[in-house]
Design a protein around this ligand. Structure first.
Ligand code: DP6
Length: 364
């Protein structure tokens, strides 16, 4: 599908008001998206596990305006309270998607949103937040349209989410989502994420992700700035090729259940992401001393315990500890005893691979 396929041709705007609500999860990339072109087109393909516990719930109440407005009309409530400072980000998003959602100027929206994880946990809320919002808007569009297929709904929800935040396009479905054109995945697209189209070995069922909150402060460098620094980065071209090669490798690994190879690819991706940051101009470091202590403790434990625990990182200091269901007791005891002491105020979140976004209440 191409961009113009997402411009609706006939909408029946006969609804005066309605309520839509979605809960959408966060996701953790195994092959990292880092670097992008105009219009949120990724510089390389990526793949992620959809999470379950870390999610955003968004409800939109919409009321038809007397006539089409010249500007967006909406209120925003975060955890029950008006949140003016989030509004510019939403306005930017609406501007990016107005071609695809022309009805946005016909309605006044009241947007209520909340996260399951603490706002200042250092966990990025853009993936779950933008995808929850995009899904609510798609539910509105569905109510103005005849016979929208579920496939089109998911694809356009992912397409819109991407325009809000790249990684958000991987939060619509689960348990594994691939985004970005690659010769290794026939139906892949730069415009939206797709459910992983190949077989997955049962060892990856119910995979665990315990998120260790190492540093809950504001990041010194945002993802947007970080992505931008990949332009003119001396290693960019090789990195983009490496990500594609790793995607090719991980497809076979996910199918065969070769967990040793899985750990190698996932950890290498995490460290490569951070080495891109360290070799950007200007350079920066998002890991903290405790991030490294945790990584070393995981490697030491893995040597001696015969388990298959590994780590990944997103654009921050927190560590995602990944392990299979059949090793959960042993690994979780280790996490509590040896890793939690490295967390800020001993905080961590137990998450697991999830199935994607869920519609909650609907009145259209
Ligand atoms: C390191 O999706 O947050 O988590 O598109 O600018 O919103 P924007 O960036 P964002 O970048 C995520 C980067 C990452 C890797 C990943 O999730 O693939």
């Amino acid at each position: 599908m191409i961009e113009t396929d997402f411009i609706p041709d006939s909408l029946i705007l006969d609804k005066d008001h309605g309520i839509v609500q979605y809960t959408s999860p966060s996701n953790i990339a195994l092959i990292k998206y880092w670097g992008k072109l105009e219009n949120q087109i990724p510089a390389n393909p990526s793949i992620s596990f959809t999470l379950n516990a870390c999610s955003t719930t968004t409800k939109i109440e919409y009321v038809k305006l007397g006539k089409r407005a010249s500007d967006f009309s909406f209120d925003l409530y975060f955890e029950g309270l008006p949140k003016e400072e989030f509004k510019p980000k939403i306005t930017t998003f609406f501007k990016r998607i107005i071609t695809y959602m022309p009805f946005l100027l016909e309605y006044r929206l009241s947007i209520h949103t909340s996260n399951t994880f603490p706002h200042s946990s250092g966990i990025a809320s853009s993936a779950s937040g933008m995808s929850a919002l995009a899904l609510c808007l798609m539910e509105m569009e569905r109510s103005f349209t005849k016979n929208m297929t579920d496939d089109y709904f998911d694809r356009k929800a992912s397409f819109l989410s991407r325009l809000g935040s790249g990684s958000a396009c991987r939060s619509i479905n689960g348990p594994l989502v691939q985004w970005g054109k690659s010769n290794y995945v026939e139906s892949s697209s730069n415009l939206y994420g797709i459910p992983f189209p190949y077989d997955v070995h049962p060892i990856f069922n119910n995979f665990h992700d315990t998120i260790l909150l190492v540093d809950k402060g504001e990041k010194q460098v945002s993802s947007t700035v970080g992505h931008d620094l990949m332009h003119g980065h001396p290693f960019a071209a090789n990195r983009f090729k490496q990500a594609d090669d790793n995607l090719g490798k991980i497809i076979g690994v996910l199918e065969s259940g070769n967990i040793k190879e899985f750990m190698k690819i996932v950890e290498s991706e995490a460290l490569t992401l951070h080495s891109m940051m360290m070799t950007s101009n200007p350079y920066f470091i998002l890991m903290k001393p405790n991030t490294l202590s945790i990584i070393n403790a995981i490697w030491e434990f893995r040597e001696t315990s015969n388990t298959h625990v590994c780590f990944t990182l997103d654009a921050g200091a927190n560590v995602h500890v990944l392990y299979p269901e059949n090793e959960k007791d042993k690994v979780f005891s280790f996490i509590k005893e040896k890793l939690v002491p490295f967390c800020q105020n001993g905080q961590y979140i137990c998450d697991q691979i999830g199935q994607g976004a869920k519609k909650k209440v609907i009145y259209v």
